[in-house]
Design a protein around this ligand. Structure first.
Ligand SMILES: Nc1ncnc2c1ncn2[C@@H]1O[C@H](COP(=O)(O)OP(=O)(O)OP(=O)(O)O)[C@@H](O)[C@H]1O
Length: 310
């Protein structure tokens, strides 16, 4: 059986900007996460799959069809775009019913009722969207995407702007949609968030697919990279010497009384550090891994996986 979603050697450029460069992947049923920093190419990937824009090179297939040229693809495809795109003067029910009937759903009203219930919006179904919180508007978009019971779902940063309780509910909902056998692609720039929704991740950096695998596999790629850790202590010179002698760090630096160490064994350092400090009679005030933001993880992944990006 061919995959529900296929991206084959796809490149996309806007004028001089290369948004995607030679990206290939295929998606099977279940949830796949598309992880990347801002501007990495996530929305472009989803727009190409939704048929909103055309490839510059390569080919895209959704349910065996070209989403840019074959409108029938939308019978099996639901999209939650990053943009707002809701009319404030319509109720949630009108909004969802309208799109469902455009997609040829026979009883669009009933489909809207079911979809709104699914996303937890039954009570607010007849209120105008203009009074809705960001989280509620996200849910309306999700209900719109679900009303025609699509086999493929594309969700662009669906958790953006939600509070923690809403996030939990939406993570659960996305997982359920995948467990029902739908092919779901969900984008995010937050690893911890996307790995809660998805069993498999695609990592894009500067328009290139640099890694794919499980959340644990992607984390493993990250653990081998050199890390820098800032240690605030009452005796940085002594602690630096101890850590070097112990072989848990590769180099130490002392600046303004603060110790910064480089290590390739971050986990070992973290587990050994408290005992080593105690044995040396040194007080630890604060330990802070540096550059643990996604950006630095991505640049480490890019250089280790495929050379530099664009
Ligand atoms: N319509 C457009 N015209 C020109 N450049 C664009 C356009 N859309 C995207 N780009 C550029 O293509 C690159 C990829 O953008 P894209 O929106 O796909 O990234 P993203 O990963 O979704 O980022 P974000 O999370 O910020 O939305 C960026 O450099 C962006 O500035």
């Amino acid at each position: 059986m061919s995959a529900a979603v296929e991206f084959d050697r796809v490149s996309k450029w806007y004028g001089d900007t290369v948004a995607l460069s030679d990206v290939s992947f295929a998606l099977q049923p279940g949830v796949t996460g598309l992880l990347g920093h801002n501007g990495a190419g996530k929305s472009t990937t989803l727009s190409l799959l939704a048929g909103y824009t055309d490839v510059s090179q390569g080919s895209v297939r959704v349910l065996g069809r070209d989403p840019r040229r074959d409108p029938k693809v939308h019978e099996g495809l639901g999209v939650v775009p990053d943009s707002e795109g809701l009319w404030p003067f319509l109720t949630a029910r009108q909004t969802v019913t309208m799109l469902a009937s455009q997609r040829g759903v026979q009883d669009a009203g009933e489909a809207a009722t079911l979809a709104l219930a699914r996303v937890g919006l039954s009570d607010a179904a007849d209120r105008k969207v203009q009074g809705f919180s960001k989280g509620m508007r996200q849910r309306v978009k999700l209900a719109q995407a679900l009303a025609h019971d699509p086999e493929v779902l594309l969700l662009d940063e669906p958790l953006n702007g939600l509070d923690p309780a809403q996030r939990r509910l939406d993570v659960e909902l996305v997982r359920k949609l995948g467990a029902e056998g739908r092919t779901v692609l969900v984008s995010s720039h937050v690893l911890t968030e996307v790995e809660r929704m998805a069993d498999r991740l695609l990592v894009v950096v500067n328009g290139r697919l640099v890694a794919e695998g499980t959340g644990a596999g992607i984390r493993d790629l990250m653990t081998d990279r050199p890390r820098s850790v800032r240690i605030d202590t009452d005796d940085p010179r002594r602690l630096g010497g101890v850590l070097l002698a112990e072989g848990v760090v590769n180099s130490v630096e002392l600046e303004d009384g603060v110790l910064t160490v480089q290590t390739l064994q971050a986990i070992r350092l973290a587990t050994r550090l408290p005992a080593l400090a105690t044995d040396a009679g040194v007080l630890l005030r604060r330990v802070e891994p540096q550059g643990e933001d996604l950006e630095s993880v991505f640049s480490a992944l890019t250089s280790s996986a495929r050379g530099v990006g664009r």
